[in-house]
Design a protein around this ligand. Structure first.
Ligand SMILES: NC(=O)c1ccc[n+]([C@@H]2O[C@H](COP(=O)([O-])OP(=O)(O)OC[C@H]3O[C@@H](n4cnc5c(N)ncnc54)[C@H](OP(=O)(O)O)[C@@H]3O)[C@@H](O)[C@H]2O)c1
Length: 336
């Protein structure tokens, strides 16, 4: 392993030894600094991205592969050590952003396939705050449903991390966005980021919601839905997709959607997808292509990332409680 002499033996990190509420989060100070294996790079994290998926691994909605399990899926910093056979554009000291497990720590070993050098024009903080959520949004509008200029698109949780990127990207490609969020403040933020029509969820009155969406879309419904709320909003979202439209369900913030009867799609020939980002960027070439597209959106179209707050790693419980309590807008970051 090529390594920097200043590499310590142990580090801080946030681990769980079982799934559960925020009480299972443990800040440890004596975790051995990992050695990067074949094709891996060790990153000294400067900023760590919080994503809603982190809560699924903590609570048990998704199963951690083993315990103790270091949480986190994204970060940015500099390369502190290289394992054997890593790509030549990754060198000691290179500023990089990555997606991969064990990010809630001072050092994270990352497979080179899920890592990208940060261009000089983008700060490490912006890269950490963008990568996973913004790439999710880019791949949703390019692959899950290739959005066309003039399309009507419904976005739920529109003031969240992924949501604000979707609002901005949809505006940039000339689509019309109908955005839902739980408070007037959040809806106003979605409007400032490009959404044209702002709606409450109306979970208690689906008829009212459907009527409003049909009104603004000339009675047809939307070309596509990007829904990340899941269980609570799935039925209302499906009800407003037009004939031959696309329903993209990509998250479980209110719980997973289960027990769906396929025959429900046939009344309007609706396409239904449940994608994950990682299957759109499974190769290094795919990651590079979409990351380049993201940097272009940020630089040329002036898209920006709203950072809700930067929390010290020791405040991980507060940060987690904040995102789960629906208090946040945009991106939450941790700093080791
Ligand atoms: N498929 C993928 O590859 C992929 C990748 C990234 C993210 N995601 C999914 O996208 C969603 C957004 O992720 P994010 O990291 O950007 O988080 P986020 O949107 O910043 O936070 C989650 C938001 O979900 C909404 N929500 C609705 N019902 C909720 C409930 N019962 N409890 C908590 N929140 C609820 C809240 O907004 P309101 O208060 O406005 O409802 C909340 O702010 C998550 O479901 C995540 O799993 C999927």
């Amino acid at each position: 392993m090529a390594s920097v002499s200043s590499l310590p033996k142990t580090m801080k990190g946030v681990q769980i030894e079982k799934t559960g509420g925020t009480e299972v989060l443990q800040l440890k100070t004596e975790i051995p600094v990992p050695e990067p294996k074949e094709g891996e790079v060790l990153v000294k994290n400067e900023f760590i991205g919080i994503n809603y998926i982190d809560t699924y691994f903590r609570s048990g909605v998704y199963s951690p592969p083993s315990f103790p399990y270091t949480l986190g899926r994204e970060g940015a910093g500099t390369i502190a050590a290289l394992g054997p056979n890593t790509p030549s554009d990754l060198q000691l000291g290179t500023r990089v952003a990555y997606m991969g497990p064990a990010a809630y720590a001072e050092y994270t070993p990352v497979t080179a396939n899920y890592m990208i050098p940060i261009p000089d024009s983008i700060s490490t903080k912006v890269a950490a705050a963008s990568l996973l959520q913004a790439l999710t949004a880019v791949t949703l509008i390019r692959e899950a449903y290739p959005v066309q200029k003039g399309d009507w698109v419904l976005v739920t949780a529109a003031a969240g991390g992924v949501g604000l990127w979707l609002c901005q990207l949809l505006k940039a490609v000339g689509a019309h966005t109908i955005a839902t969020a739980s408070t007037a403040e959040k809806r106003e933020l979605a409007r400032r980021n490009g959404a044209e029509v702002l709606l409450e969820y109306h979970e208690e009155d689906r008829e009212k919601f459907v009527k409003k969406v049909l009104e603004v879309t000339g009675g047809e419904g939307v070309h596509a839905v990007f829904d990340s709320v899941g269980k609570a909003t799935f039925d209302s979202c499906l009800a407003v997709v037009r004939r031959k439209g696309t329903m993209v369900s990509f998250g479980n913030a209110s719980g997973p959607v289960t027990g769906f009867a396929l025959a429900r799609l046939s009344s309007r020939n609706v396409k239904l997808l449940r994608p994950t980002l990682f299957n759109y960027i499974a190769t290094r070439e795919e990651l590079q292509q979409y990351a380049q597209e993201l940097w272009n959106f940020i630089e040329k179209d002036g898209l920006n990332v709203k950072i809700h707050d930067v929390y010290p790693l020791s405040d991980v419980v507060r940060a987690t409680q904040d995102i789960e309590s629906r208090k946040t807008t945009g991106k939450l970051l941790l700093q080791p």
